[in-house]
Write a protein that binds this ligand. Sequence first.
Ligand SMILES: Cc1cc2nc3c(=O)[nH]c(=O)nc-3n(C[C@H](O)[C@H](O)[C@H](O)COP(=O)(O)OP(=O)(O)OC[C@H]3O[C@@H](n4cnc5c(N)ncnc54)[C@H](O)[C@@H]3O)c2cc1C
Length: 1021
Amino acid sequence: MAVALADGLSDKQLDAIERATRAIGVELFARANDDQPTVLERRWWDDRIMAWAMRDESVKAQMFRFIDVLPMLDTSEAVTEHLHEYFDDVRRYLPSAARLGLSVARPGTIAGRALAIAARRNALGHARRFIAGTTQSEVVAAAMNERKLKRAFTLDLLGEAVTSEIEADNYLQAYIDLIESIAPIVNRWPEVPQIDRAGGAELPRVNVSIKLSALDSQFDPIDQAGTTRRVTRRLRNLLRVARAHRAFVNIDMESYKTKDLTLAIFKQTMLEDEFRDTSDVGIVIQCYLKDSAEDLRGLCSWAADRERAVWVRLVKGAYWDYETVMAQQSGWPVPVFQEKWQTDNNFEELTRMALANHRHLRTALGSHNLRSLAHGIAVSRELRVPHDQFELQMLYGMGDAAKQAIVDAGYRLRIYMPFGQLIPGMAYLVRRLLENTSNESFLRASFAEHIPVERLMMNPREHRHEARPPLAQHDGNTPRPMTESNPAFRNEPLTDFSREDNRRAMQDAIAEVTRQFGRSYPLVIDGQEIETASWQDSRCPAHKSRSVGRVSIATTEHADAAVRAAGVALEPWWRMGAKGRAEYLRQAAAVMRRRRFELAAWQIFECAKPWREADGDVAEAIDFCEFYALGAERMDAAHGVDVPGEENRFAYVPRGVTAVIAPWNFPLAILTGMTAAALASGNTVVMKPAEQSSVVGAKLMEIFREVGLPPGVLNYVPGPGEIVGAALVEHPDVATIAFTGSRAVGLAINARAAEVSASKRLRHVKHVIAEMGGKNAIIIDDDADLDEAVLGVVKSAFGYQGQKCSACSRVIVLDSVNSVFLERLVEATRSLKIGPAEDPATAVSAVIDEDSFRRIHKYIDLGRQTGTEVLAMEVDGLEREGYYIGPHIFADIAPDDRLAQEEIFGPVLVVLRAANLDEAIRIFNDSDYALTGGIFSRSPEHLRRARRELLVGNLYLNRGITGALVNRQPFGGFKMSGIGTKAGGSDYLLQFVVPRAITENTMRRGFAAASAADEENTSDG
Ligand SMILES: Cc1cc2nc3c(=O)[nH]c(=O)nc-3n(C[C@H](O)[C@H](O)[C@H](O)COP(=O)(O)OP(=O)(O)OC[C@H]3O[C@@H](n4cnc5c(N)ncnc54)[C@H](O)[C@@H]3O)c2cc1C
């Protein structure tokens, strides 16, 4: 059915609405002020803590961080310590009483205990303003209070992030229990017609608001079908219980990446026969989103087709900072408006659109902005939408004076009442505090900064020409512009799989690549394809009987021929100069970008890389090409310090032929990285990919041929490491060996290269760059955010089956949080889906090959002997299809056990306990390796110690430890983790060149000629 897509209002009507809006707004404002004659919200704004917070951004940031961590601190010593850690640095901005308090209150003293108690009481006091209660009886009492004030309610159960299926079940059950227990009580209460009736009919009194992501631990738009199935199963149960008790269910809206899927699930479920006839449901549209108008139109058409109205709650949106920062960080378009007036204006436009279609959409306006609400009321009058056919909504604890003014004006007002435990409660509290203290907040402007009402009631469009303060000072919550060490370089964004076109493109690529299975891939030497006598099938680890392609296998003679070709090509390639060489690399990057999904699809099959991992690998390969191209150009610019009479030139020259010996775990990225670095800096390359990923290697060769790289500059010789790899290492004309792989092979290459350099009387010492793995650990501190810690560890340990050099294989947990962390970790891991990598739902697929499979199983057997197996996930028969091993977690392992010391390179995680941070740091550093590692902690002092004392090449604080990005997190370790500097870092290229300094004395008999540079700068004359 066609619906009105716009509001259809004439200019005259719009003018009338504008006049009415101002009048209604001013009146509401006056009524609210009448209610509390001095300053609205006095109780709130007079609070000294908030006043300090608003005076200084640094105090505010520390204040909210402290409130966030508080529920995890179970002793007064811990509270006092954190107070000092958070506030000592900003002490000078605190009022004198607070400064004094801090200086006398040391942990463990009476004053310290008193301060801790006061801090806790204060924070709880704040929390109680925004949270209606922790128990159901408190909530019932709060709901009753609202109704006494003629205000309806909707209940929101605060929850920790749902990290496992058990938690999702528990969350659903808590909602069901809530409805079942309070509905019989609330439905017996006396009727309040202003809120209980609409159009003569009775409205549901019990009303709940729920977030769909809490109904599925694996909620992920990449797996549309699976997520929909799981969420719908639980949502149906909730809707049935709600119907049985005459309760209303509203679907809240969360971050942008879940928006489309949330809307789709809502629409699909509400079209099912069982629910098609209900109007007691609603969903949220966030007006700060640029595509919200489109979504509202879609919702309206859908509701019209359904022939039964649903509710839509228009809000501005609660995650503005998050959306802005995440989009900037990911290199994706920012989905939210960047100017406040745009959001306000869009809210008004969508209000008009929704109310104009009120036959299909019942409108709820969720805002504390009296201008936004007054506009809604004005539109409803102009369009003659009856009073009870729409409603206004506000949050519990916010805008209280305005609330009564709205009720007194005769409108239905519903209060959004969150309730629940302290830990999730604090996160909610921090969101509200941020919102209230934001420079852009209407409440702050009106009630704390006393902006005149005429200005507050202005049409948002009238603010459009106002200059905005620069971002950094604009608001403490807004992102600062990104600082970059390498401003001309931008990381290739990862694919946003919440977009349907991207998911489709990946599915198409998977289908296309499957059609190309079985093709043959010859060697490429000196630009010529060479088919050898020996061929090998490259098989899918997840479907071991399937061959991805046939690869020609090189012999030592081929390796020799390739090195000779590379030797011949060397001089012209180098002489071409960095600019010319960089151009080839940039073109290669462009081809990769064009073939992005296809290249990922090859990895999905040949290496069993799940979608996101495969996509990340291609993005990193693109980054390497562009980053090293730029680096080489910079390196090429001759530099040196001239003084009168002396000219100095400094230049880099390539070392010579480079053998690139690459692993299978980043089949394109690492192979490309080492190759691109060598090529960019003027070397020629013989490339030997891992046997397990030779087809992806052939694809890289194909790309460089497509961009017309001169013959011999890059040669492709796949084959066994022991034969082809060894031949390259030993070859007298190979100057550099760039290797990534196991410690054993890396050390053997290093030793052999040194031996050969000595024994064959070469004229150079072979240079070895080797990246060799790790035994990476994450520490979980006793004040860590466990939601984030659990998810960070699961991803770092089991992402790509634990087969990354950066993977977490030890987690070191402080005693006091060990049991709760371990329980959540196990359940979160158990909720991961194991399957073939081409299925987007798969989180864990097969390990690379039979050797790995056997080796990992040996470690699992060992773990069963030396520790406690707390999780052993079954693969349910998949082992017949491929080399599947489910995630395994072992506890009670000694830190010096082989399981805790040796690199396993599979989905096996060891949990170690530590009494305190000192012990955790000792265990962390007790390793032969030093590659990646991390800590989850909210203690500034512990984070400071971590920076200093955790000795690894890549250290991550409060995030997972995998996924290093080129330039942003240059990657590589030391100790037994590697020889050489960091890949994707500014000094990586230096390993492929030798520096030369050339000095010329330009004095001739007391006369110094102007240097070339001087001459260039001299104008005529
Ligand atoms: C009953 C109710 C239910 C809610 N449910 C949800 C929900 O499900 N999902 C959700 O996301 N939010 C929800 N919210 C929160 C809501 O989105 C707002 O965060 C909050 O109400 C503040 O908006 P305001 O109109 O009251 O205040 P105002 O002060 O007028 O507006 C503040 C809002 O403007 C936006 N903004 C701030 N700075 C900028 C800028 N520079 N450029 C562009 N826009 C900017 C932000 O969205 C910010 O929240 C709900 C609010 C209510 C009252």
